[in-house]
Structure formats: structure tokens, C-alpha cells
Design a protein. Structure first.
Length: 165
């Protein structure tokens, strides 16, 4: 198998694993601290409004629900995690797969918090970095924690993959 295919399959495995780590973290927060996990149905709602030419909402939660928005949102969530992982591996190089490093993965996860801060939250009507939410500092810290855990997941699944390759 050529190196490009191996890198792509590795990216998919690590990306899905890292996204799963993100989701498991959300379940831990929900059960231990009663903190609601991210609502990926709203991501699906946003994606499903795109063909209608609606890219920005004043409040995505008050937009009319769309059929299959939850399935679309979860698919988009995992596709995004896998895409981020592909970007990480393209940036850091495929040598990382032989010697995964914790700090690089963790830092990259932290950098990915730019996506919700500057893209998703504004188009959902929540303002840049959740500035229009009831508790912006709490929302920012939660996003940063979630994306740091995503970075940990990149390292964890890179490490696990390295054990079996």
C-alpha cells in the first residue's frame, strides 16, 4: 500500500478516535457535573440551511428544525474531526505516525478552538467567541477544554495506531 493511502487511513482512524474522545469527555461532564454536551443537531440544522442560502442565523436554536438534522450534525462533527486530523498530519508530517508527540497534538487541539470561536459561534448567532451568550467566559473555557481533549485524542489514537503498525 502506498504512503498516501496509509496516511489517509491513519488520519481517518485517528480523527474518528479523537472525535470519539471529545464525545466521551462530553458524556463525563454530563454525568459528573450535569454539564450539557455540545448539541450537534444544531450543526446539522446549520448545514441543512446552507442550500437555502442561509449561512448566518440570529439564533440557530430558534430556526425551524430540519429533517435529519441530528444525523447530519453528527456526521459533520466526525467529518470535521477527521479533516482537522488530516490537516494536523499534513502540517506536522507523516513521521509523527511513527513517533507521536503529546505536546504537538495537544497544542493543535487547542488551536482548533478557533473554528467554534470564529466560525460556528458567530454563524449560530452567539457572537465571536460566544460573546453574545449568557456566560461567555464559561462557554469559551468549555470550548477550549473540549478542543484540548480532542488534541489529547489525536495523541492517544496516534499512539495506539503506532502500537499496531
Amino acid at each position: 500500500m502506498n504512503n498516501l493511502i496509509i496516511s489517509l487511513l491513519s488520519s481517518i482512524f485517528i480523527g474518528v478516535g479523537a472525535t470519539l474522545t471529545f464525545d466521551l469527555w462530553g458524556l463525563i461532564l454530563k454525568r459528573a457535573f450535569k454539564i450539557a454536551p455540545s448539541n450537534f443537531c444544531l450543526v446539522g440544522r446549520w448545514v441543512l440551511y446552507l442550500p437555502d442560502g442561509i449561512f448566518r442565523h440570529s439564533n440557530i436554536g430558534s430556526a425551524l428544525p430540519k429533517k435529519s438534522e441530528c444525523a447530519t450534525g453528527w456526521f459533520t462533527h466526525y467529518l470535521t474531526g477527521t479533516t482537522f486530523t488530516c490537516i494536523f498530519l499534513a502540517f506536522i508530517g507523516s513521521d509523527w505516525l511513527q513517533r507521536p508527540t503529546f505536546i504537538s497534538a495537544l497544542l493543535f487541539g487547542m488551536i482548533t478552538v478557533a473554528a467554534p470561536f470564529f466560525i460556528m459561534q458567530p454563524v449560530f448567532g452567539q457572537g465571536v467567541a460566544a460573546s453574545k451568550t449568557a456566560k461567555p467566559t464559561q462557554a469559551r473555557l468549555r470550548s477550549l477544554m473540549n478542543h484540548t481533549v480532542f488534541g489529547f485524542g489525536i495523541y492517544l489514537f496516534g499512539f495506539l495506531l503506532n502500537l499496531v503498525i
